[in-house]
Design a protein around this ligand. Sequence first.
Ligand code: DMJ
Length: 601
Amino acid sequence: LRVRKKSASPTSFRLTEKFILLLVFSGFITLCFGAIFFLPDSSKLLSGVFFHSSSVENDPNPATQGARPEGEGTHPGRDASPLQGTPSGTRTPDPLESRTRSNPLRHHTPSNNNNTIHFSRINVLLHLVLSFTENMGTHSNFVLSSTPQMMKFAWESYKRYAWGSNELRPVSKQGHSSNLFGNIQGASIVDALDTLYMMEMYNEFEDATEWVEKNLDFNVNGEVSVFEVNIRFVGGLLSAYYLSGKEVYRRKAVELGEKLLSAFKTPTGIPWALLNLKSGVGRNWPWASGGSSILAEYGTLHLEFMHLSKLSGKPVFAEKVMNIRKVLNRLDKPQGLYPNYLNPNSGQWGQHHVSVGGLGDSFYEYLLKAWLMSDKTDEEGKKLYYEALQAIETNLIRKSSGGLTYIAEWKGGLLEHKMGHLTCFAGGMFALGADGAPGDKTGHQMELAAEIARTCHESYARTNLKLGPEAFRFDGGVEAIATRQNEKYFILRPEVIETYMYMWRFTHDPKYRQWGWEAVQALEQHCRLDGGYSGVRDVYAGRPSHDDVQQSFFLAETLKYLYLLFSDDNHLPFEHWVFNTEAHPLPIIRKDKTDKLSDLQ
Ligand code: DMJ
């Protein structure tokens, strides 16, 4: 002991040790002086990162306090401008270029700088040191569970155990493929591309690009869901193209789109649900009301197909989806509602079941977004959306005795007082559409949106695991609770977080970030396993039983919407982008670009 004590004494330092100490000390002093003299510009940035301005102080969300900037990856460079090669050949400024390179969990943007506090250089330095040490300790849990960290873990787990398969089985640590994708592989890779890019995980994005170049193959003998392949693969490829400018993504998207065209070979042009990519033979789900096509499937092609026409210069894609509109316009709508089933041979409705959740949901979403994506030139899309919304409000939206607003399901005029997790996306949709609502209804639609968000939050809050059930009911004495065993599961779905994200963007009410943070904690606690993230079988159980699937939409949507919930508003701003139903951002097609597409609209 004595010997050690002696050797540690400063008086006993040897010359070389003294020299090293001097070097370190003088390095530190130089750093401080450098920072003091070069801080004017960075002080703004640092004040956003390390200090809480007034609005941050009001925010109770632990997620938003004391965040440190994520290490930035290396930008992979662009082959070309994301919007080059359009039919009109004019370059539209890349909306992404204008965004801040910000930490997803940082509140303040240059545009929010009114309330940025300007500190003296010395103060900035002092706070920098203090915040750094503070963050090292108290916020380590938070830093670990922040969204990019979650994405990194989900991605690396998939890469380690299931690379090239469609999805990951995180318990059995192997690949998984549902029958939705036929023999197409790599759903998680394509679905994750834009999330990786947005989170500046450029090395991972490059790995994914290499896989797409070498392995993504649509010449497969297998039957795919036209809807699923469109929203995940076509949507994912289009967004990857618009974000990165890499030609391979444009080429692959158009190649797949061309294959999907065979699905439209029906007497009415309403596409089949299923298609064999090799033979080009289509059919419908055997369970769907006498061979009907499904509203949410044939009604969720519009955004992607308009972009395919734009990027390929071929009007055929836009023609196919505009024809779907024509068929629908000719039909009578019971009470103004759109039934979930439509026979592609006869052009007549099947069973009169109506839903804003499964089987109906994204049809309504795409009416609104078709209008927004057309730079508000698609007046028909707008009219159809607001008319449909009116019919939904009259016939499906109800308030429980406990004061929770919900959207019921309609079966031939009778209401089933059940709301699906899928239906929870509608809060975000109502908020997104509120601004354009006719007849002074903006405020009303925002209220409706907020009420749906609250109800969906309650469906999470009333469970043991604090994750939402697949469906919850408002009958038999319960409110926002699943009563049937087969409705108690949670498969990492995004819709509730999607609504929080839209509500946050439009209201800046901190409760939406607080609710998002609750979801992050529940996901980390109950869904994160050694081998990735898994869904759970019963959200009311004391302990989670895992379903062993990391859904590709967890990477495409759930984590992306979480990231955007905690990002600056100018990160993929709504003035420039719309999200397809799988959360793949597509740029708005500007009306000043007169091309074939505008004619078709
Ligand atoms: C996603 O594939 C899409 O959001 C789709 O519109 C509905 N279902 C899943 C996620 O729950």
